[in-house]
Design a protein around this ligand. Structure first.
Ligand SMILES: [Zn+2]
Length: 168
């Protein structure tokens, strides 16, 4: 289960936790507005409920302290984004980044990722370095080996010497 922190777009005074992807609408516990979860800006997501609660509490405190008067939620989100480091070390920066769920970029395919890494490195890399980078981008080892094999066979990549992979 992934939890997300949202702000009610109606009253703009209530921060609440939703279960990401579980239902299309949620009700603001303060003003009772029905909110379309797909259109809400998700300020934070985590699989850890406790962590999500602590972030929710901090955003609520910030919201109550500064108010949203004259500010768009986007501006508020930016403000929050700039301050997110203050939430402490246990929350990694990537997870605390804003996720605008209205336009989630489509995940690149693993083979495109691998080609992309090669292009960034002058079209040629040591296979182990390439693998290391690909694994960091959520490509599994099995996937990596399959794709390299496939691209080598397709002639899109070649191996000029042992362990070196190059774009044709
Ligand atoms: Zn509300």
């Amino acid at each position: 289960m992934t939890y997300g922190v949202i702000i009610c777009t109606k009253c703009r005074e209530h921060v609440q936790i939703i279960e990401v992807g579980s239902s299309k609408t949620t009700r603001c516990q303060r003003c009772n507005a029905s909110l379309n979860t797909r259109k809400l800006r998700v300020f934070f997501t985590s699989d850890e409920l406790e962590e999500t609660i602590s972030v929710r509490t901090q955003i609520q405190a910030q919201l109550s302290g500064t108010g949203t008067l004259g500010k768009s939620l986007d501006a508020l989100a930016e403000e929050y984004f700039r301050k997110h480091q203050t939430f402490g070390n246990e929350i990694d920066e990537k997870a605390a980044c804003l996720i605008d769920n209205r336009k989630i970029p489509k995940k690149k395919k693993a083979d495109e990722l691998i080609i992309g890494i090669l292009v960034e490195n002058n079209n040629q890399m040591n296979q182990n370095d390439l693998k290391e980078k690909a694994l960091k981008m959520d490509v599994s080892e099995e996937q990596f080996n399959d794709i390299i094999k496939k691209l080598l066979m397709a002639g899109e990549l070649y191996s000029p010497s042992k362990d070196i992979i190059r774009i044709v």
